[in-house]
Design a protein around this ligand. Structure first.
Ligand code: SF4
Ligand code: SF4
Length: 318
């Protein structure tokens, strides 16, 4: 459980940075990459193979054929099914938790939102809502410089690191440093750079809501699951709401948390929980995250929910 001393948002920033580093470094440590030059797939530091000696492929006998088929099923089809099942399973148990706490692109979109809001007073370049986080622009030169640098460095760095999923990272970096590129490396870096630039400047969370396949799978399975992690509003204390709109302003997915409805766009980020705790006092906020009906985060909010339920049960028993 999360310690009360640190907000969910701070934990979330740590997990987003940690996962982004892991995602960038996977090819470097051969945790996952496909080398287009040698046609080898690396998984967890090993070159993937069916694990059969060469003569098995030449042997047309029934036993050898069966062994090849069994190995293919165990080492190719099953791992592929397990990989494909990952996001539906995540969705079933944790809703869109991956989107809010781990996804590197989601983290980048939040950063872009933040800088845009600091510069023009709203998150979105095209649309103004009635609950913007920073209604007045502030320190434009400072934030403008960070935004301009970020628009160059982040997409290009992403292009270099992600090209490593298909070309050995050593080769990619050698070409970057020498300035002499093969067509594949140049196309990889350029393609990812343009994609990152367009999605982070123009598209952002629209991609999360309507396009991203991983997000849509989590959304669907989280929606049908009775046990998935969800944002809950303590309706029995709704009279404590001061209508400060902190929860609405905190939500970068444009969800209205007080509606207390299952919203497929909610990524369980907890920003509204932090906002309400700030307004009403630590642990006294009206929101929490729950698996089914079991309050799970943050610890102090859940302690208050349990105390309230226990006292209600006592009153019923009397
Ligand atoms: S409703 Fe709350 S938990 Fe859901 S995405 Fe918005 S801020 Fe995050
Ligand atoms: S942050 Fe809490 S107190 Fe403020 S409007 Fe939202 S629910 Fe009400």
């Amino acid at each position: 459980m999360v310690n009360n001393g640190m907000s969910l948002t701070r934990y979330r920033r740590c997990s987003q940075i940690g996962f982004t580093l892991f995602f960038f470094l996977m090819p470097v440590f051969n945790i996952l990459r496909y080398d287009t030059a040698t046609h080898e797939l690396y998984i967890l530091g090993q070159v993937w193979s069916l694990g059969l000696p060469e003569h098995f492929y030449a042997d047309q006998g029934a036993v050898s054929s069966f062994r090849v088929a069994a190995q293919f099923f165990l080492k190719a089809i099953l791992p592929w099914i397990a990989f494909l099942a990952l996001f539906p399973l995540l969705g079933f148990f944790t809703g869109r938790f991956f989107c809010g706490w781990l996804c590197p692109e989601g983290a980048l979109f939040e950063l872009a939102d933040h800088l845009t809001a600091k510069l023009i007073g709203r998150r979105n370049l095209f649309v103004t809502t009635d609950c913007e986080p920073h209604p007045s622009p502030t320190n434009k030169f400072w934030y403008g410089s960070i935004a301009a640098l970020g628009m160059v460095i982040i997409p290009v760095l992403s292009g270099i690191m992600l090209t490593g999923y298909f070309v050995a990272p050593k080769t990619v970096w050698h070409q970057v440093l020498s300035g002499e590129f093969t067509f594949g490396v140049k196309a990889g870096i350029l393609g990812v750079t343009i994609y990152m630039l367009i999605t982070s400047v123009l598209v952002r969370h629209v991609l999360c809501r309507f396009v991203c396949a991983a997000g849509l799978m989590q959304m669907l399975f989280g929606w049908i699951s009775p046990r998935s992690l969800r944002l809950k509003l303590d309706t029995s204390r709704i009279s404590a709401c001061t209508d400060c709109r902190g929860c609405d302003r905190a939500c970068f997915m444009n969800v209205k948390p007080r509606r207390n409805k299952r919203d497929i766009s909610c990524v369980n980020c907890g920003a509204c929980i932090d906002a309400c705790n700030r307004e009403l006092g630590a642990g006294k906020g009206l929101f929490h995250l729950a698996f089914g009906s079991a309050c799970s985060l943050p610890a102090e909010n859940c302690r208050n929910v349990r105390i309230k339920l226990a006292s209600r049960a006592d009153r019923t028993a009397e």
